[in-house]
Design a protein around this ligand. Structure first.
Ligand code: ADP
Ligand code: MG
Length: 618
């Protein structure tokens, strides 16, 4: 529960709104209380013959809580007549009702304002936290884990907030007012009902605990369900191509069943809550009626007093009963609050601490010193004992079989992961000693899977370079040979891409990503199979552009085309995480067996897999 109350306290940011909301709840409840006390007079008017307002006021002046407090002028001014009296009292109740309803509306309105604002804050914090988490953590836990916490758990928590300050306060204050009215009308009957309420409370608390425990489990399974659903739908193309529908359906069925089982654990407690409370209430009322009828028959109590008290107690019960549901709501959202807390308690990825020095514009070298890195949970190191110095302005091609650690090595430069052993240095500075922002700001990355965001092509090229002018965007697009196809689109740079937008070919997407990297004017360029999806023709053009662009920049390139590899200043050959050789094409062909195999079988335009006349520019 702690986490829930912690976040509920976040609502105190809107203290003034909440105080105002409470004030309106109080007005609304007072209206109800006053109305209930008036019921006794109405009953008296109806039940007794020839009673009227002056008579009622005189009587009130002689006994009860108003004893001696009704001024004589009021009694004299009150109009006579039984119907007039009823009409005036009913009219008064009508006015009270309207005021109460208006106050009720204002209370809910203000309270929900505070609730939704608090939820939005919580979401913003959670999303920001996820952005700042180490990449490895997200990769390990799965993105859907974070998504469901940010989107669904926050909604569940806000349902709890709303139960607390909106419905909760409204019902509790009304219940309290009605109970005070009952107390005024008949203290003894009211006292007995308190005992009943205490019993009810105990029962509800018991059930609430069970519900909370089960709801945390249920949310976990719902998340697994969400994960397997998104996965299957995102990969629907593959699912269909491999006719894996049955397999996916089976997987879904499994997690669906688990989620259902947890919901079933909730079922008993939820289903039991309301009937149990109703039963105890009704039995208690029966008992009260017996006691009261005895008192009336013995002449200790007046009928209208008994009836009015019963109505007031009924109103109190009716107002307090929804609170049982609300307590359950709060218990449920406590489970969600704990999951949000787990997320918010995650540490920042390193490199964002205040006071870290900024990395000056890269001007000398990038160095790996005996770098070893193993992915969390992996058995073998993805990169082991890598020693390499790349001078500024140099283009180094990295080749190696699939899974040999090329991408991982490049990821270490941008500090997406930290090495377990050894250091990565830029210009002689360990990159762990400078702010990660200043490091990444100097790096342009294009990878095989290009990520485009919802928005225009323009905003995708300008991504991460907020204030880029139209001119610079166009220049970058031209340089990346993307301008040609963009300008053929009806809406040009304003064309929307992303989920429901334009579908671009892999090559077109990569060219946009290349333009994005170029726009940043990076000192360090990292290309990880950046042109793998681009056809040979365009690639040759881009190759030229890249040649120009890479001048004066340090480039680390994982390439799959022989021409690109041969144009590099040096070639680094990796195998199973380690560097096995470094050199130029001819020398490596001669002395490095791994390179020979790669050059012949893996690189396009090399040896036996020659695609045609272009021969990779060899
Ligand atoms: P390459 O780019 O040369 O194909 P990678 O650097 O992508 O190779 O991968 C190196 C090794 O690390 C492979 O064995 C791969 O399975 C593993 N690996 C890559 N990414 C992860 C990850 N996020 N978690 C665990 N292991 C990974
Ligand atoms: Mg790779």
């Amino acid at each position: 529960m702690d986490a829930f109350w912690h976040y509920a306290r976040g609502m105190l940011r809107y203290r003034r709104t909440l105080v105002l909301a409470l004030a309106f709840a109080f007005v609304s409840a007072s209206g109800l209380g006053a109305g209930l006390v008036a019921v006794q007079s109405v009953l008296e008017l109806i039940l007794s013959e020839d009673q009227d307002l002056p008579g009622l006021l005189t009587r009130a002046n002689e006994q009860g809580i108003a004893e001696g407090r009704v001024p004589t002028w009021l009694i004299e001014a009150a109009p006579p007549g039984q119907f007039t009296a009823v009409a005036i009292i009913v009219g008064g109740l009508g006015v009270l009702t309207v005021i109460g309803a208006a106050a009720n509306f204002l209370h809910q309105y203000l309270a929900l304002t505070a609730v939704f604002r608090t939820m939005a804050n919580l979401r913003r914090r959670a999303f920001y936290r996820v952005l700042r988490m180490p990449l490895g953590k997200i990769v390990q836990d799965g993105a859907s884990n974070a998504i469901s916490r940010i989107v669904m758990d926050t909604a569940a928590v806000s349902a709890g907030f709303s139960a607390l300050v909106s419905k909760g306060v409204a019902q509790a204050s009304k219940g309290l007012a009605a109970f005070i009215a009952a107390l005024v009308l008949n203290p003894v009957l009211s006292a007995v009902s308190v005992v009943v309420a205490a019993v009810l409370y105990t029962v509800i608390r018991r059930l609430g605990k069970t519900i909370r425990r089960a709801s945390k489990g249920a949310l976990g399974h719902q998340q697994a369900l969400y994960a397997s659903t998104t996965e299957a739908l995102q990969g629907l193309r593959v699912v269909k191509a491999y006719t894996a529908e049955r397999y996916e359906a089976g997987r879904f069925h499994k997690s669906n069943k688990l989620a259902m089982k947890e919901m079933m654990r909730l079922r008993t407690a939820r289903a039991l809550a309301s009937p149990l409370v109703e039963m105890i209430t009704l039995l208690a009322i029966g008992f009260l009626v017996l006691v009261a009828v005895k008192a009336i028959l013995d002449g200790h109590m007046r009928t209208e007093s008994f009836m009015a008290t019963l109505i007031a107690l009924g109103a109190a019960g009716a107002s307090l009963k929804p609170l049982t549901g609300l307590i359950n709501d709060i218990q449920q959202s406590a489970g969600a609050a704990e999951r949000i807390k787990e997320l918010l308690d995650q540490p920042d990825e390193p490199g964002h601490e205040r006071g870290l020095a900024k990395l000056a514009r890269h001007h000398e070298s990038i160095a790996f010193e005996r770098v070893t890195f193993t992915y969390p949970g992996a058995e073998e190191a993805a990169v082991r004992g890598v020693d390499l110095i790349v001078r500024r302005g140099e283009t180094v091609a990295i080749v190696g079989p699939n899974g040999s650690g090329k991408s991982t090595l490049l990821a270490l430069v941008a500090r997406l992961y930290d090495p377990d052993e050894g250091r990565v240095l830029v210009d002689g500075v360990d990159i762990r000693e400078v702010s990660v922002r200043s490091l990444r700001a100097q790096i342009g990355v294009v990878t095989q899977e290009t990520v485009l965001f919802r928005g225009s092509i323009r905003s995708n090229i300008a991504y991460g370079a907020g204030g880029a002018t139209d001119e610079r965007v166009r220049a970058a697009a031209a340089q990346a040979r993307a301008a040609e196809f963009i300008e053929r689109l009806p809406r040009g740079y304003e064309t929307e891409v992303g989920e429901q937008g334009l579908t671009l070919s892999g090559g077109q997407r990569q060219r946009i990503a290349i333009a994005r990297a170029m726009l940043r004017d990076p000192a360090i360029l990292i290309l990880d199979e950046a042109t793998s999806m681009i056809d040979a023709d365009s690639e040759q053009k881009i190759g030229e552009a890249m040649g120009e662009f890479s001048r004066g920049r340090t480039c680390l390139v994982v390439a799959h085309r022989l021409s690109t590899v041969m144009n590099a200043d040096r070639i680094v050959v990796m195998d199973r995480g380690a560097i096995v050789d470094v050199g130029r094409h001819e020398d490596l062909l001669e002395r490095c067996a791994v390179y020979r195999t790669i050059a012949r079988h893996q690189l396009i335009g090399g040896g036996f897999v020659d695609e045609g006349a272009s021969a990779g520019g060899a």
